[in-house]
Design a protein. Sequence first.
Length: 386
Amino acid sequence: MLVDEIGESPILALIDRIFEMRRSGEKVLGLHIGEPDFDTPAGIREAAYRAMNEGWTHYVSAQGLPDLREAIAARLASRHRLPATAGDVVILPAKFAIYASMLATLASQDEVLLPDPTYLFDQPVRLAGGRPVYVPLRRDFSLDPEALERAVTPRSRVLILVSPGNPTGRVMRREEVRAALAIARDHHLTVVSDETYESLIYEGTHVAPASIAEFADVPVVTIGSFSKVYAMTGWRAGFAVAPPDVRTRLVKVMEHTLTCIPPFIQKACLWGLANAGPDEERFRELFRARREQLLSRLDDLPGVSYVRPEGAFYVFPRYALDWSSVDFTRRLLEEERLALVPGVSFGPSGEHHVRISYSSPAEVLDEGMLRLGRFLERHGATRGER
């Protein structure tokens, strides 16, 4: 069975252990979760409540409400010069959109090229019957076009790009995106661009692959989310913008699985796009300040090095101890009650790294780095060792 292709996730094993410890009364400090720590803005919550009272509680189109699709297309056009119309947009959760995009583009055993390290795309690829192929990034987490070219085979069908990156926080430069699109064109690949964190960029500029006119003939599926930009992780709201043949398949997947995203949630998203710009800016500046605080604490720790993240709310440091990242995070959790994500969860090149989320308050970040420093010193990491 395809689902048996999915091995045990180090992240899920970690989360299970955290729940177990907390149930027994232990206080675990979590810097593992990729979720804003503040509430969804009040206006968005109130918009959902109003919509429910107005009767938006029944089936709607599997593709999504036309006014929301139009607002998304307008946002992408104004922010990123992405030539989309409401007809190109499908409303569905971003994580589900990744899986649906694999169903819409892959035949059995087709290969999907994944940057390494990156988010957990290997699992939806396998669920859709495909085969993930990891393409190592450079040491600064930038795309290596030569490595990407070498990874292409006759079975290659899809290239996944992510910017800003999870877990790296790296923002792709225009020349990287152009190089990736050129390879996609040469080998007839579909590009799936995960742009979940496009609103959380602190240095640089977001470059949407679908916006580059020179490569308009390359099929690109652009995936976005309301989860991070408006602290709506539990609402499961996002979207995909796709060329006609892929879009038709995405709608078909929605029709035969989720049916539709609840319309009152779609109305709340629409209100957010029109009115929650100040909240979006406030969240970004808060994360920027937390990033600076966390990096200053990391600079003081022994045996730790990192590439400065430019977006999202993660840093992906490398540690000097000679343990696997699963062992490192397991021992850190048991000894210091501090939860970080093992880097190998994000691909083979993530080994000897951990992902730290700075989506927590300042005092939590400080306490977490105190515990991490204590752990590193206890096990022999020395200052100046990177």
